[in-house]
Design a protein around this ligand. Structure first.
Ligand code: NDP
Length: 342
């Protein structure tokens, strides 16, 4: 089997040298474990955080350790009554062609519901994040206006489509004209703005203002940086900001240093929250798995029927995962980033 380990910690933006491809013996599943041949592996922004030795909600990957990640594949050997050889399964198998993992951490994937790759995106952790973050912390109401960046990714595209189905005006923000066209034509956003076309937050803000004539009621925070600075003054009284991610700062190393250099200083931020009575809710999806069955029951059939659209960006070969991941952090992906492993 092959696997990719963390060779060294990145200093800022990761490079290929931070990863190492290794060959290892096939693991033997213990009692209660399953052996899986990985077919598709997910690449997600959170993996950048695992590469730093910084205090966070999850432990860092040790240097020399297997890069963490969720994957979907086929059960080869099962030492658990819950799985049989041939089952399609999602689990925490890491950046590897094969893995042995406790069955209790894995879940069966129904290939008849939707393609199994959707267990990594629209019907997996990112789609669930968009659905839960919007409905629970965004508290959307018909007729309101929502703004979300990384609009064509698996989180943003789910947020936009659910919000639209609930009768909101949806304004996406994405990098490049092609992604903006994807956001409106494929994902049904009412408008989409290309953040790379604006040099600073002020000019981006003017464009968002035009696209949001009634102001912004929900800013679903995926990116931070210039977009946050642009949107914040446009928030309506009693607006909501679910804080999901801040990818614009992930390569800053510990977030702090670069965040301080942004024009958006803490006093201005706090004052805006105060005078607009904003509700700002950070959330980490791993604390909400109890609601995953509800999400799957509601959204699964809609993805299966095509009522909710998906977009996947599939890279071939485990050895190409590091570059695809580096690209993801700066917008090189178009849709859910996936590596076809087997
Ligand atoms: P995406 O597949 O959308 O990939 C990330 C995207 O972020 C890029 O494609 C790029 O899109 C955008 N981006 C990168 N840098 C910048 C920048 N400087 N300014 C603006 N946009 C930028 O990712 P996901 O949908 O998987 O995740 C979206 C966010 O949600 C991330 O911040 C992630 O960490 C967070 N998240 C949080 C979870 C939680 O539990 N709280 C769970 C899952 C995800 P573009 O080219 O369009 O700008």
């Amino acid at each position: 089997m092959q696997r990719i380990v963390l060779a060294s910690r990145p200093d800022g933006t990761p490079t290929a040298d931070n990863f190492r491809l290794e060959t290892a013996a096939l693991p033997t599943p213990a009692e209660g474990e399953i052996l899986v041949r990985v077919e598709f592996m997910s690449l997600d922004p959170y993996m950048r955080g695992r590469m730093d030795d910084a205090k966070s909600y999850a432990k860092p990957v040790p240097v020399g350790g297997l890069m963490e990640g969720g994957s979907v594949g086929e059960v080869l050997v099962s030492n658990s009554k819950d799985f049989a050889p041939g089952d399609k399964v999602f689990g925490p198998f890491g950046w590897a062609t094969h893995a042995a993992a406790p069955a209790s951490l894995c879940r069966k994937v129904d290939p008849d519901l939707a393609p199994i790759t959707t267990s990594l995106g629209a019907l997996g952790m990112p789609g669930f994040t968009g659905w839960l973050g919007l409905t629970e912390f965004g508290r959307p109401k018909k007729g309101e206006t929502l703004v979300v960046a990384a609009a064509t990714g698996p989180v943003g595209s789910m947020v936009g489509q659910i919000a639209k189905s609930l009768g909101l005006r949806t304004v996406g923000i994405a990098g490049g004209a092609d992604k903006c066209a994807l956001a409106t034509d494929h994902f049904g956003f009412d408008a989409c703005l290309d953040h790379s076309a604006y040099d600073d937050a002020k000019s981006l803000r003017a464009a968002i203002k035009d696209a949001c004539p009634d102001g912004v009621d929900i800013y679903f925070e995926n990116v931070g940086g210039k977009v946050l600075d642009a949107v914040l003054p446009l928030m309506n009284p009693h607006g909501r900001i679910p804080i999901c991610g801040m990818i614009a700062w992930y390569n800053a190393g510990g977030l702090g240093a670069n965040a301080q250099s942004e024009a958006l200083t803490a006093p201005r931020l706090w004052r805006t929250i105060l005078v607009n009575f904003l509700s700002v809710n950070g959330f980490i999806i791993s604390n909400h798995w109890n609601r995953f069955p509800e999400f799957l029951a509601e959204v699964g059939p809609k993805v299966g029927s095509g009522e909710i659209s998906i977009q996947e960006d599939i890279t071939e070969g485990l050895e190409n995962a590091p570059q695809a991941f580096i690209d993801l952090l700066t917008g090189g992906n178009v849709g859910k980033a996936i590596v076809k492993v087997g």
